[in-house]
Design a protein around this ligand. Sequence first.
Ligand code: ADP
Length: 471
Amino acid sequence: RRKWGRVIDVLKELEEGCDTPVGRLKQVVDAVAVEMHAGLASEGGSKLRMLLTFVDNLPSGREKGTFYALDLGGTYFRVLRVQLGGQRSSILSHDVERQPIPEHLMTGRTKDLFDFIASVFKQFVEREESGSGYPLDRRRDLGFTFSFPVKQTSVSSGILMKWTKGFAIEDMVGKEVVACLQEAFTRNGLDVRVAALVNDTVGTLALGHYHDADTVAAVIIGTGTNACYVERTDAIIKCQGLLTTSGGMVVNMEWGNFWSSHLPRTSYDVDLDADSPNPNDQGFEKMISGMYLGEIVRRVILRMTLESDIFGPVSSKLSIPFILRTPLMAAMHEDDSPDLTEVERILRDILEVRDVPLKVRKLAVNVCDVVTRRAARLAAAGIVGILKKIGRDGSGGIVSGRSRPDTRMRRTVVAIEGGLYTNYGMFREYLNEAVVEILGEEVAQHVILRETEDGSGIGAALLAASNSSRN
Ligand code: ADP
């Protein structure tokens, strides 16, 4: 009994540490809006980098023709061909090919990586268009999704600041990304115009806007998390004199690095951060995204095991960082069998924790719930923070007969995608619920979270279309 009591103490402490009552979420909302201001005011003014994208015209739906996209940002890279019919939501077809990047190319020379990419692209167009009568050297417009930190100089150019995610090609840091790709196309006898260089969140916003012109922001919650939104150019103080035809520009927030003292932080977060390869970095991401949620749960279960022998003796597997992947944690959380057989299977097969009674399995589900609920509610606060910054949180008053037109709450759409949001039902429900809780039901009626699919690919092709001379 005393052991059980100690475990319950650990759970209680976790619950208190992860508590996100609506008052606290509102403080996070305010902190997000404040940090956005600071990041727009000066370079390095906030942990939010607020990167300019030079995307000022989002796809309207009128784009027509065949456009291509390359998506490079992880272990796989993809080629897409998208055919647009010229009416909103008429993506006629799209073909995709996915290939792993050979490991030696991730740490080799720039030329070798880009020659590989160009040759896969060439094979793709040869195969897709064989018999279509298109000459291979015909000019093609392409959007390039390059999900690494880039200092953008125009919508179709930018300099690589540093590599992440296992890439380490020294001679490319500081170089023009698009020039490297363009030269490889030329060497391969292809006439390709790289019309847009984009981050994956910007692709998601483009796809959302293509389907629905009221889309003002996009959020990705997958392995990592990030967001972007449309800002007025005159609010981008760090870049004065910025002129765009639309008067707006998409800003890539890099919100994974957001930090505020209002975030509910536990000892598990502190330890996870200290053990990570990037301590003090990506603090928001480490509480929210798919890369980390399972790992937080593992740390809590390990602690419970050390405090008592409730989960049996400490198994060696339980001590291995990142062994409990987030999809498995979700499967435990969503196990609705009366005996929690899935929980039992995962504890046994993955963590080598055996023969735990039902009430202990329930405890494990509880831990998953606390960790996911906090993550989803913080992400919701992030979204409302963006809405607050752009005056779409209803604080200017909502529509009614007597309100002034400029304070009306307009229909506001946020595009959202990523494996965590899409596949983890409990996470999605908690997030959607918290948005309503923070905004209040009346305002929330005007705010729509809309799931998109493959914005990083299709969205880049759409941006190539809206930034090409053909549209
Ligand atoms: P990316 O790696 O580019 O973010 P995705 O958007 O597809 O790709 O997200 C994949 C991530 O989503 C995985 O790393 C995992 O953390 C999370 N994920 C995928 N499926 C599930 C699931 N069923 N339950 C919970 N999380 C999931």
